[in-house]
Design a protein around this ligand. Structure first.
Ligand code: NAP
Ligand code: MN
Length: 268
């Protein structure tokens, strides 16, 4: 029987606390070790938001860690297991064959004016750029070539697994997570006889990169998943598919389009 090092990250709603207690018991009974520092498996209990938090806690160990999501509310996109299936889940850990599925991540590089060092992030869902008070004006470059001058509320750049989150709310397409690409979607673009953008989301290929060059201003808001990065003096933000990927322990197959239907359409 396989013994694994497991970390558990849970939300603070009552149902998640109870599920976490139960899971700790089951893990101990079957001889697995709780190891928050160097886990083989990170189990999140809560919602997709909880898994995003778990990802950011372990985003420097992505080559060593597999994630697994238990949901205590509605079925999530990163959470395959229900809280009443914990016994089955721990059995799967005991019979672990180290199988995993992996999904693309977004590599984000923020560049500053006046020589401040770049900042580098990984996003699991998306990164957005918005401007506080006035219309955001930004040049969108693809592979270092000018593509369009954007005016509007902002831009969203999402991964395939993030395509069902904020991206979908701003009219982006839902992408199957086996597609190794990222998506740029507009947030309320200004389009008239003077100002013109493409007006539809674009899907950018793996070996390409997008740079958003911003006008000199101090009121930009950049988000990385659930985090806000309020920064003045941002010159540009560069996006590409990261070299790192997120790995999920795969003990059973989840049909992506079933999940999309369940989450957004319901009974047909
Ligand atoms: P939150 O405000 O609790 O999340 C908003 C909703 O997005 C929750 O229902 C969350 O599910 C869901 N969600 C998260 N990732 C998803 C995914 N990949 N596919 C489908 N739904 C997803 O904040 P949070 O839980 O910390 O999550 C942060 C994310 O929320 C951001 O990355 C952004 O994508 C999303 N968001 C969306 C909007 C919008 O659609 N207008 C606005 C703000 C943020 P759970 O309830 O299972 O956590
Ligand atoms: Mn949430």
């Amino acid at each position: 029987m396989k013994k694994l090092k497991v970390a558990v990250i849970h939300s603070h709603v009552e149902q998640s606390l109870q599920a976490a207690d139960r899971l700790y018991q089951l893990l101990k009974q079957s001889g697995h070790e709780i190891d928050r520092d160097n886990p083989d498996i990170v189990i999140s209990i809560g919602g997709d938001g909880t898994l995003l938090s778990a990802f950011h806690l372990y985003n420097h160990k992505l080559d060593r860690v597999r994630f697994l999501g238990v949901h205590t509310g509605h079925l999530g996109f990163y959470t395959d297991w229900r809280d009443y299936e914990l016994e089955e889940l721990v059995n799967s850990l005991c019979n672990d064959q180290e199988k995993s599925v992996s999904y693309p991540l977004l590599d984000v590089r923020i560049k500053y004016r006046n020589g401040k060092p770049d900042k580098h992030f990984l996003a699991l869902n998306e990164s957005t750029i918005k401007r506080g008070s006035r219309t955001m004006v930004a040049d969108v470059l693809i592979k270092d070539e000018m593509f369009e001058r954007f005016r509007g509320d902002g831009l969203s750049v999402s991964t395939p697994t993030g395509s069902t989150a904020y991206n979908k709310s701003v009219g982006g397409a839902v992408l199957h997570p086996s597609i190794n690409a990222f998506q740029l979607a507009e947030i309320a673009s200004l389009n008239n006889r003077v100002f013109r953008t493409l007006g539809s989301p674009i899907v950018v290929a793996q070996q390409e990169w997008v740079e958003i060059q911003l006008q000199n201003s101090t009121d930009y808001l950049v988000t990385i998943d659930q985090f806000n990065i309020q920064q003045d003096e941002i010159k540009s933000v560069e996006y590409k598919i990261a070299e790192e990927r997120i790995h999920f322990a795969s003990y059973r197959h989840m049909h992506f389009w079933h999940r999309v239907r369940d989450a957004f359409i319901g009974e047909v």
